[in-house]
Design a protein around this ligand. Structure first.
Ligand SMILES: C[S@@+](CC[C@H](N)C(=O)[O-])C[C@H]1O[C@@H](n2cnc3c(N)ncnc32)[C@H](O)[C@@H]1O
Length: 299
């Protein structure tokens, strides 16, 4: 199945399964004694989706050893560095007085439930309707309660999500902390530009956004193909070549800089070093060596 305008999914299919995949890694990493973050809900969400491979990953039952990228230690470090980047981003925003957060493409992200939000914070989550409904129901059934006022918006991010967000109570006159974690490569280039322009239009001064910084080499399609082949050897049946929109696109860093945001990129290697971790040495990582994380602030 290849991507089409207006395609939809749940957490077991198409792009939705990628959300289950990262949640499985979070479940695995959360069980570490010295974990860099704790996601107490990731495991139960992955179990509820029920995709056998990711259930095994979440339970730590897959033997990844022997692969320098997919070994359990490497998988744990990778998701830990990534998760902490976005957790720390929200913590700093809260310290700086921001009380409105938007999680774009929230998938099985449980930050609304697990982060220590200051009183009065409103957290919006946007994703496909089936994804939003599933997570909300499973966590409610498990007795989990959000740690902030959580408002959900089930809509496709290629559509007019700004109106839906405003209808849910979003106040564009207040500074906002936005994250788009693991989203942009799943959008066609023009939809990515439109999304960033919409974020810009909705961002009062002092707003900020965190997302991935993609090395343009990651967009050629070669990396998605090589990554898919390796992941499938370990039992994954996700085919990134069918889910990514590869080819020319402006990076979020370039786009937001041009729109007047102040941008700061932390490469993956720098992010690993900040936690005292050894960066992964692997040909797949070398292919996209300049990738990392981007924070942009609207002045
Ligand atoms: C790799 S997952 C990341 C989920 C979450 N941010 C995380 O890091 O755990 C990609 C997410 O993007 C969402 N997504 C991708 N394209 C989307 C679109 N056009 N509209 C709404 N959601 C989208 C998917 O539903 C999925 O939840």
């Amino acid at each position: 199945m290849t991507r089409t305008d207006g395609d939809t999914w749940d957490l077991a299919t198409s792009v939705g399964a990628t959300a289950t995949s990262v949640a499985a890694s979070r479940a695995l990493a959360s069980r570490e004694p010295d974990a860099l973050f704790d996601d107490p809900y990731a495991g139960l969400l992955v179990e509820a989706v029920g995709l056998p491979h990711f259930v095994k990953v979440a339970r730590g039952e897959i033997d990844f050893e022997g692969d320098p990228l997919f070994g359990a230690r490497q998988a744990i470090d990778q998701i830990s560095v990534r998760t902490r980047y976005f957790d720390d981003f929200f913590a700093r925003a809260a310290q700086d007085g921001i009380r409105q957060a938007v999680i774009l493409a929230s998938g099985l992200d449980t930050r609304a439930y697990r982060l220590p939000w200051p009183a009065g914070t409103v957290v919006y989550e946007i994703d496909q309707p089936a994804v939003i409904e599933f997570k909300t129901r499973v966590l409610a059934d498990a007795g989990a309660t959000p740690a902030a006022e959580r408002r959900t918006v089930g809509i496709d991010l290629r559509d007019d999500w700004a109106t839906a967000l405003r209808d849910a109570g979003f106040d564009q006159d207040r500074p906002t902390a936005w994250i788009a974690e693991g989203l942009l490569i799943y959008l066609p280039p023009e939809a990515q530009d439109r999304l960033l322009d919409t974020v810009t239009a909705l961002s009062a001064p002092g707003s900020r956004i965190a997302t991935e910084h993609m090395d343009p080499k990651a967009l050629t399609g070669d990396w998605a193909k090589a990554m898919t082949e390796r992941a499938q050897r370990h039992g994954s049946d996700i085919d990134l070549t069918k889910l990514f929109y590869s080819g020319e696109r402006r990076t979020a860093t370039e786009h937001l800089s041009a729109a007047g945001w102040q941008t700061t990129v932390l490469t993956s290697n720098e992010a690993y070093a900040a936690h005292g971790l050894e960066p992964v040495r692997d040909e797949l990582v070398a292919m996209i060596g300049g990738s990392g994380y981007l924070t942009a602030v609207r002045v």
